[in-house]
Design a protein. Structure first.
Length: 202
């Protein structure tokens, strides 16, 4: 299994640590992992040029550091996205990256079609200061978006009430165990146990 990991934190902090535990266990179980840290890369978000829709290109036409990431995602079996929650949403780095996934959709005379293989697994490694009962709508929103892109229901590695210290997760063995256990579930090919009802965009 090939896994591509995209780290969306602007610092080397808790979401990186949580994702790292998942990846170490996945590698131990035989996965080949490729890692990308967005904070070290130079790229732009989607510019709305529509080249991926009007026939000028089969994928995002922008050529920057994110191009290799998008190509790796298209070729992967599993994609891991790691992000802290800032102001009730994912980091700006990861949001800019996800906006470029618009190029994974293509248009034809019958409507919209996918330009990447369906059935990929996706893992969302998220850390937040708020209790678990908050931000569930955000988790559902991204899961629904990923499923519209042909991914299976996402696996959720979620650390809640983590705190501000960048190394806080290191003191939470429960979260580190959850990350490792989720890797075992993914590598075994078992479906995601996360409760994520469909999100209705209004």
């Amino acid at each position: 299994m090939k896994c591509v990991a995209v780290f969306g934190s602007p610092r080397n902090g808790n979401s990186d640590t949580l994702a790292g535990e998942f990846l170490l266990e996945a590698e131990r179980l035989g996965s080949v992992v490729e890692r990308f840290s967005l904070r070290t890369m130079k790229f732009t978000g989607c510019t709305g040029c529509m080249a991926c829709k009007d026939g000028r290109a089969d994928a995002c036409i922008l050529d920057d550091d994110l191009t290799l990431v998008l190509e790796a995602i298209a070729a992967a079996d599993t994609v891991l996205l790691a992000t802290p929650i800032y102001f009730r949403d994912i980091s700006w780095l990861l949001k800019a990256c996800l906006d470029r996934w618009y190029g994974f959709f293509g248009y034809n005379e019958g409507g919209c079609n996918l330009c990447i293989p369906v059935g990929k697994k996706i893992v969302f490694a998220v850390t937040q200061n708020m209790p678990r009962e908050y931000l569930n709508d955000m988790m559902r929103k991204y899961n629904t978006t990923f499923m519209q892109l042909g991914f299976e229901k996402m696996y959720l590695v979620r650390g809640c009430e983590v705190g501000d210290a960048p190394d806080a997760v290191l003191g939470r063995e429960d979260l580190l165990d959850m990350a490792r256990e989720t890797a075992s579930v993914v590598m075994a090919g078992r479906p995601s146990p996360a409760e994520l009802p469909v999100y209705h965009f209004e």
